[in-house]
Write a protein that binds this ligand. Sequence first.
Ligand code: CO
Length: 264
Amino acid sequence: MPEKALLVVSFGTSHLDTLEKTIVPIEEDLAAALPDRVLRRAFTSGMILRKLEARDGLHIDDVPRALEGLAGAGVRDAVVQPTHIMHGAEYDKLLAQAEPFRGRFERLAVGRPLLSAEEDYRQAAEALLEALPERAEDRALVFMGHGTEHFANPAYCQLEYLLHDLGRTDVLVGTVEGYPGFGEVLRRLSERPGVRRVVLAPLMIVAGDHAKNDLAGPEPDSWKSQLEALGYETDCRLTGLGEYPGLRGIFVRHALEAAGDGPK
Ligand code: CO
């Protein structure tokens, strides 16, 4: 085992198709940018870890196990890079789980989540717009973020604000569990009587349960079904954020900063 390691920490997903398209490419880009480090994976969601183990016999470490393994193998310098979107509850949990391992490494650094500095929001907004359809008078783009009770929740509002400042006032951000919710999205759409078409996309690293069911599912309470019941034409783009190269670049920059390597 080399002396330097990079532990990539994700919330995780039990949908293996989106895992391959989102978390794996993030890990690959990070591995390519920090080639002197051995790469390991950890997930923070205990529920997902248990499900993968029971259903697929797939074992993935949680953060304490992964750090224990690295320390035990003689790693002295560990960078932990989360794929979390914001400094919310999952990031707090990661920091708390890493803390007891400080004495086990000569150096243990945790990289910042996706949306931290203004520069991150700007780069994220540009990466999203590069991949999304141009502005059209009769169309709106609606992102579904997760949302949280954590005080980091306004990150969604800041991203939307920045998109509007870039001239894309046709983009709205709503969340499943926080503010703004889908009710606010519907109200703001109704304030734009010219809009008849809505592009729906997840604002989550993976396009898992929330994207497949809450956003685009056939049940009457999905965002897609509710919009269609109101007469909107919908177009679901089930692309997890990990699929956007420009967003993966933000994680790479944050990992390089944590490694002390600086941007290339
Ligand atoms: Co959820």
